[in-house]
Design a protein around this ligand. Sequence first.
Ligand code: NDP
Length: 299
Amino acid sequence: MNSESATVLNGSLAATAVHHICQQLHGVYQKQFDQSVRLGVLCIGDNPASIVYVGRKKSLATQLGFEFFDLSFPQDTPSDTVMVGLKQLLSKVNGMLVQLPIIPASDAKIYLTAIPWDKDVDGLNPYITGPMTPCTPLGCWLLLQYYGINVKGRHCVIVGRSHLVGRPLAKILLDHHATVTIAHSHTPDLPSVTRQADILFVATGARHLITPAYVQGHTIVVDVGIHRTDQGLTGDVHPDVYACVHSYSPVPGGVGPMTVAALMWNTLKAAFLQHDVALSDEYLGRCLATAEPFVLQNK
Ligand code: NDP
């Protein structure tokens, strides 16, 4: 057990480094193409968490100098009406996302598939894998890069197999040569699986599921879960785990800020791509790991 020496993987700090790079790149974009980057968000209904998340995206996008378009409809709006507004906005923006959850989920699929691959900044089109990596898994990986944690050859265990987090995260880790195990609600004896992890990612929506019995002293823990309680935000990992591991991402201040930072990066990536300039996640990761300034490379 590692107790007091555990390193906090501070997502607020790492996100600030990503914001800084995005802000510089946005300056280059404005100079080169004489326009600002434009991001649109489709929001349906009045889910309080969604309103908070859209507010955060708007605030950060505006801080970076992007133009932000919030396309909101009441819960019972017919999908045809939403589609008209969505198509109009799509013609104006570089990047577009659908704020989930949308009820019914079948409508979410209709809107997600209407976003062209080169504007799909959440990377969530269920039929087309485009160049933008889904934001939460990308944020997890960038957080590790910022702390110089290389996943190559490490055993990464992901608890949760959603299309939003677990599955795309597995792809990123495999692409970077990790050995990946995905566990879920049907996995027997979960602690015996998670204890094998060098790096444990938890994205279950089960509050405080991971207790000290699920980890070892060398484990690096990345907590994706978010739960709102009367005492504030908390995650899928019980705070007692923090004293027992090598390092951990806290909630709040871990993966959450990295997700929004990854969205800004993806929006820039989309905008540059529309001018035939390709930005690479790997290069961003290397810059974060080495604290080298990001330099736009001509292809
Ligand atoms: P989903 O509900 O879509 O998926 C949850 C996954 O966890 C499923 O694969 C499920 O298994 C598995 N699971 C649930 N309970 C258990 C359990 N007791 N033991 C093992 N596996 C379990 O959730 P999401 O992936 O969308 O989100 C997961 C969490 O991450 C939530 O708390 C969400 O709020 C948070 N989140 C945070 C973000 C951020 O920016 N920080 C962004 C997105 C999500 P099965 O497939 O068998 O049902």
